[in-house]
Design a protein around this ligand. Structure first.
Ligand SMILES: [Zn+2]
Length: 40
């Protein structure tokens, strides 16, 4: 099973089907909003 982890706050965003254990990094909705706020 694969896991998607937020690269900013390390919280688990979700899971996806995979033959092996895999970790993908992304951003959760909160961290996406924070980054947008920083740019303004
Ligand atoms: Zn996050």
């Amino acid at each position: 099973m694969g896991t998607i982890v937020c690269q900013t706050c390390n919280s688990t965003i979700g899971h996806f089907e995979d033959e092996k254990v895999t970790t993908l990094y992304g951003k959760c909705t909160e961290c996406v909003h924070e980054e947008m706020d920083d740019n303004e």
